[in-house]
Write a protein that binds this ligand. Structure first.
Ligand code: FEO
Length: 389
């Protein structure tokens, strides 16, 4: 992939990683990803903004052939998918200086062993002049590490946002062309990466929105030439508004819990509650994370295994707790053979969730008419609580 021109002074560089399927050995990447770097040529100085994952460094190396001197290497984030190739770029350009936030400086030294004397820091609001182009530093901590920053190219009104507003999406579209596809990928990205820091994201969103932005150029996925598309989406996701939706992850070993899930889904749907159902034996945890962005209620379906919840449910509950979605209610349904502490153990797994716990529905063995009735009552309770929001 060659560098691609955005305007007379800014070009996209970096790599599209079509076949990457896992990030951090944790996050599914069904659509691959990209590592976007940007070259900004001022009348006096040239800056490279971020680099690429070391696995794809050879592509960036080839794009830099013929570029000439790089004076500044702006590091918006110390994570290796953007900063990992900085040591190689510094070696190639012995005069180049890394520009970053004071917090990121320490992290770049710790994680990448960068020499401190090659790093210059910018305070929030401070600018870097490239001659006829000015990069303004905007500190945006916790999107999604403590050191993260954005830069704003004043003359062209371009916000370089790194992970903020990003999407794990491999595409040859330089700009967003398929909004529905990018919306899904950006929401997945927000859910998995940004949602745990929602109040901070909201503050940083207001901070970047104070700038007049014509283009948002993130470090994953396509560039937003209609910034309102992603800004509106983020405003919705970070808001306090929850939707009339239930997320229902479950596991069933012999069909009893599945039967209860089927009954509850039907009862909720009959009351116009949208339900997102995930069989944890086969689910993509990214889709589960997306569903958690908006939902008012989480109900977990689990059989009892060794007195507690099924291990797959432990994992899902731990994940939901870590992602800190804006849920209001949580509940448990499921089947057990002889005794169960599934409810107590699940409740202990979700201290971060500020939820009211609904009365559980546990069936001894296969659900009987009384259990079905309890599930109908649970659906009615959920629908009434959602109506009251
Ligand atoms: Fe894309 Fe947090 O790195």
């Amino acid at each position: 992939m060659h560098a691609r021109k955005i305007n007379d002074r800014v070009s996209w560089m970096g790599a599209i990683h079509w076949n990457r399927r896992l990030f951090d050995s944790l996050i599914p990447l069904p659509d691959g990803t990209s590592y976007n770097a940007y070259l900004v040529r001022g009348s006096e100085k040239t800056a490279l903004l971020d680099t690429a994952d070391p696995a794809m460094q050879h592509l960036l190396d080839a794009q830099l052939d013929g570029v000439g001197q790089i004076d500044y290497l702006v590091a918006h984030h110390a994570e290796q998918d953007h900063a990992g190739a900085i040591p190689a770029v510094l070696k190639r350009y012995p005069e180049a200086v890394v520009i970053t936030s004071p917090k990121a400086k320490g992290m770049l030294v710790d994680l990448l062993c960068l020499p401190e004397d090659r790093i210059r820091t910018l305070e929030d609001g401070e600018t870097l002049s490239l001659g006829d182009a000015t990069l303004e530093c905007i500190h945006t901590p916790w999107v999604h590490w403590p050191e993260t920053l954005c830069t704003y190219l004043r003359e062209d009104r371009i916000l370089f946002s790194c992970d903020f507003f990003g999407s794990h999406l491999a595409t040859t579209d330089l700009y967003v062309r398929d909004e529905a596809r990018v919306y899904e990928a950006a929401k997945r990205y927000y859910a998995e990466i940004m949602m745990p820091f929602r109040p901070t994201i909201r503050r940083n969103l207001a901070k970047v929105e104070a700038h007049d932005v014509a283009l948002i150029a993130p470090s994953h996925g396509p560039v937003y030439d209609r910034p309102a598309f992603i800004l509106d989406a983020y405003r919705d996701w970070v808001s306090e508004t929850v939707k009339n939706e239930v997320v229902l992850p479950y596991v069933s070993m012999h069909g009893s819990t599945r039967k209860m899930v089927e009954v509850l889904v039907g009862a909720l749907a009959a009351r116009d509650v949208t339900v997102h159902v995930f069989d944890l034996a086969v689910t993509d945890i990214g889709k589960l994370a997306i569903a958690l962005v908006d939902a008012a209620t989480l109900i977990v379906g689990t059989p009892t295994v060794h007195v507690g919840p099924h291990p797959a449910v432990f994992y899902a509950a731990h994940l939901a707790n870590a992602l800190r979605p804006k849920l209001r209610f949580a509940g448990v349904i499921g089947s057990y053979g002889w005794s169960s502490k599934a409810v107590e153990r699940l409740a202990a797994l979700i201290p971060n969730l500020k939820v009211d716990i609904l009365d559980p529905v546990l069936a001894r063995g296969y659900p009987r008419p009384a259990d079905i009735k309890a599930l109908e009552a649970l659906a009615e309770t959920v629908a009434a609580k959602h109506r009251s929001l």
